[in-house]
Write a protein that binds this ligand. Structure first.
Ligand SMILES: O=C(O)C[C@H](O)C(=O)O
Ligand code: SF4
Length: 513
């Protein structure tokens, strides 16, 4: 009985974490919305994010399609069998994956094979500690790959672009943390949260940084100097003008939590763990004799839902030109698009991410891509009883990973538009100009919002790469994205990067001594 109940409790914890954004994070997202002027691109993105949070909750479906690398931190009374807990967690993960609450996210690092059930060498991460209490505490964080890729570790002293020398002192630490927010731009789905670890070695420093992500967004650091640094960073980082999804704006950072540990004399690390707005972490207390949940953490205060987003969205839409597109798209249609235009797509698009881009660079395409749209997306997909497929979550993935391939592939196959998030670099921008292509930015993490626009799965190729990496043929209706790189050499991402670097340099002078 204990074992079955424990497995159910773990299943509930996983589903809740993946589908229901914690109350403290909802409050932070609401505060961000209040900062942005209605009608701006950042306000529009936050409206979509708010809508997505509601949809995930209502449908009990993943907030973001990237359900991350599941990391469990477990505290047990002395004498509790930890092996039983491990086994229960694994069974619950397999079930949650089958039910579409998690994307199959465990990939063999050498062969690229997806295990399909979220298990595999080293996964999930489970860390145990004993304590004197008589209940079990299980904490879970589902941290996605895009924000994980924006983590950064500094070794002091160092030189930082925009900020100059960062020495081995509190002021050097301050500079590193500000720089970490600048370098993330919108790619980790800003507005984000950071956990910082000062000291330790490379491994324990990152561990400490990630541990900070379990703190309540609204708590105050008991260490007065760190409390001061946390509020300084929160205020200053929001002056960088990066904004939601890197579109420019007032809300860039929603939380900063800093921990400290000792170091050894030769090393001085500042480790920063960046978490997207889809900040999915939850925890439960469990009765050690029955295995049932006795309480949920992060439960303080009101649970906000975002019912009023409709009006703001209308205002935002009116502020930009909206263009409707259906593939195949002509070069003329593409040349007409400019940065800032809103595009509404109906008809066919194809998903393609890391494995597809590598494959297309070396092979023919399984479908005719002339005039077509590629969506950088690794969806959560379930197979129906009739053998068809159903998309359960489908937001964009970080596009910059495809930078080495994108331009060549667009030219080779005649692709006219790519949809992703976070923008792409100079090589792609040059190819867009030369060939007549456009980059469309969708809202990262808004997996339910976009899944709703996908009306049918009309085919799939290269499924051997695993569900997230396959080429899905999608029929969409009113799929909305913003032109952030056009065929005239304009890139909103390059502009925001440049202006935020200028703004970063206002923080060059010493603040803490
Ligand atoms: O893997 C994904 O679907 C998205 C990823 O989390 C990303 O932010 O790029
Ligand atoms: S797509 Fe964005 S919201 Fe989703 S896990 Fe990646 S960084 Fe987070």
């Amino acid at each position: 009985m204990y074992i079955e109940q424990l497995e159910k409790s773990m299943y509930d914890l996983i589903c809740e974490t993946s589908t229901n954004l914690p109350k403290d994070v909802r409050r932070a997202v609401k505060a961000a919305r209040e900062k942005e002027d209605a009608g701006t691109r950042s306000a529009l993105s936050l409206d979509t994010i708010a809508k997505n949070i509601n949809m995930a909750d209502d449908k009990i479906s993943p907030i973001c399609q990237d359900t991350g690398l599941p990391t469990f931190k477990i505290k047990t009374p002395i004498g509790v069998n930890q092996l039983e807990i491990k086994a229960a967690i694994k069974r619950a993960l397999v079930q949650a994956t089958k039910d579409g609450k998690l994307r199959p996210n465990s990939v063999d690092s050498l062969t690229g094979e997806n295990s399909g059930d979220n298990l595999g060498e080293g996964l999930p991460v489970m860390k145990f500690e004993q304590w004197e209490n008589d209940h079990i505490e299980v904490r879970l964080i589902l941290k996605g790959g895009g924000c994980e890729n924006k983590n950064i570790q500094y070794s002091l002293p160092t030189e930082l672009e925009g900020l100059g020398r960062a020495g081995r002192d509190l002021d050097g630490i301050r500079k590193c943390i500000l720089h970490s927010v600048y370098q993330a731009q919108g790619q980790g789905c800003s507005a984000g949260f950071i956990g910082v670890g000062i000291g330790g070695d490379r491994a324990s420093g990152y561990d400490l940084a990630k541990e900070q992500l379990f703190r309540e967004v609204g708590d105050v650091n008991p260490h007065p100097q760190l409390a001061e640094l946390e509020s300084y960073i929160l205020e200053s980082a929001n002056k960088l003008g990066i904004g939601t999804m890197g579109f420019g704006g007032e809300a860039t950072l929603l939380g900063c939590k800093i921990g400290v540990m000792n170091r050894i004399p030769a090393s001085f690390f500042v480790s920063v763990a960046y978490n997207c707005w889809a900040y999915r972490r939850m925890a439960v207390n469990i009765d050690a004799t029955t295995g049932s949940v006795t309480s949920w953490h992060y439960d303080e205060g009101e649970k906000l839902s975002f019912f009023d987003q409709g009006d703001q969205q209308e205002e935002a839409k009116q502020a930009s030109r909206t263009v409707e597109l259906t593939a195949p798209i002509s070069e003329e249609q593409i040349r007409d698009l400019k940065v800032g235009d809103v595009v509404k797509i109906s008809g066919r698009m194809y998903t393609g991410r890391d494995a597809i881009h590598k494959h297309l660079s070396e092979n023919d395409s399984p479908v005719d891509l002339n005039g077509q749209i590629i969506y950088h997306c690794g969806p959560v997909v379930l197979k129906n009883e009739d053998g068809g497929y159903e998309i359960k979550a489908a937001g964009p993935t970080t596009s910059i990973r495809e930078e080495p391939y994108q331009g060549d592939i667009m030219k080779k196959f005649g692709i006219r538009a790519v949809i992703g998030k976070g923008g792409m670099g100079p090589k792609t921008l040059a190819a867009l100009e030369e060939h007549g292509g456009v980059y469309l930015n969708a809202i990262g993490g808004a997996a339910q919002y976009y899944a709703d626009c996908i009306k049918a799965v009309e085919g799939v190729d290269l499924l051997q790469f695993g569900i997230p990496e396959a080429m899905w043929h999608l029929r969409v209706e009113d799929f909305t994205a913003v032109v952030t790189m056009d065929s005239h050499g304009n890139s909103l991402h390059a502009d925001v990067d440049k202006s935020s670097l200028e703004k970063l340099s206002q923080f060059k002078e010493k603040v803490f001594s």
